[in-house]
Design a protein around this ligand. Sequence first.
Ligand SMILES: [Zn+2]
Length: 271
Amino acid sequence: MRFVPGFRAPAAAAPDALCFGFHAGKMLVKEQDGRLAIPALADLHALGLPAAWVHYFGQWDGRPCCAVCLPPEPPEPAGFAWRGLRGLFGLIAEELVWAAGRAGQLVHWHCNHRFCGACGAPTADHPEERAKVCPGCGLINHPRVSPAVIVAVVREKRLLLAHAARFPAAFYSVLAGFVEPGESLEESVRREVLEEVGIRVEHIRYFGSQPWPFPDSLMVAFTADYAEGEIRVDSKEIADAGWFAADALPQIPPPISIARRLIDWFVCGSA
Ligand SMILES: [Zn+2]
């Protein structure tokens, strides 16, 4: 791992610190010799961009990394560009994109917790831990992580794939959904699959997990076997669903996602 997470900065903000600066979900990147790079704090100072919040969150190859909240409607300076995180895959090192994902989640949290949810007073950064504290009533808020389950359901060498109405492209993927308060992860898997396609599943097994910073999810992946029922699509969330053999898959998600790792697992197991 080239990225090492941390809370306490080793020294005062170094000018060569990497600056993961966000505004409205987009990150400021530097264009250098036709390639993209993460700007340094010194670049930000040179541009005269005032940062609303600078938060140390680890090191990349020994260089401090800061999550930075940039001001509203900042200009796009010459030699720099605003990019969404998804648009950075393939253009900068993948581990650096995931480090940017951490920063994006922290900035998103900062932007949405500047005021206390209980009494409305402006919050401050907690000195001892990564949290916002309210000087008025003492309420403490840690960065929010929203767990979601994602599951590959297999029935006689066929994989359940669905096209969700919210998908930006025409691809099909495994089912996923947010965990509800009070649910175990396994209960969440059973409920999501039953709600979305009317299928009951059994033999739920843990597969792996992946942070998904759009904006603050943690995807927890499972595999499961079909138990009973026929596909009955909940047309609000799911536009179409079906059972697909490994050699007849529709368009599937790109390799960065754990959804794709689940599909690749199914394909390997069917070979
Ligand atoms: Zn308060």
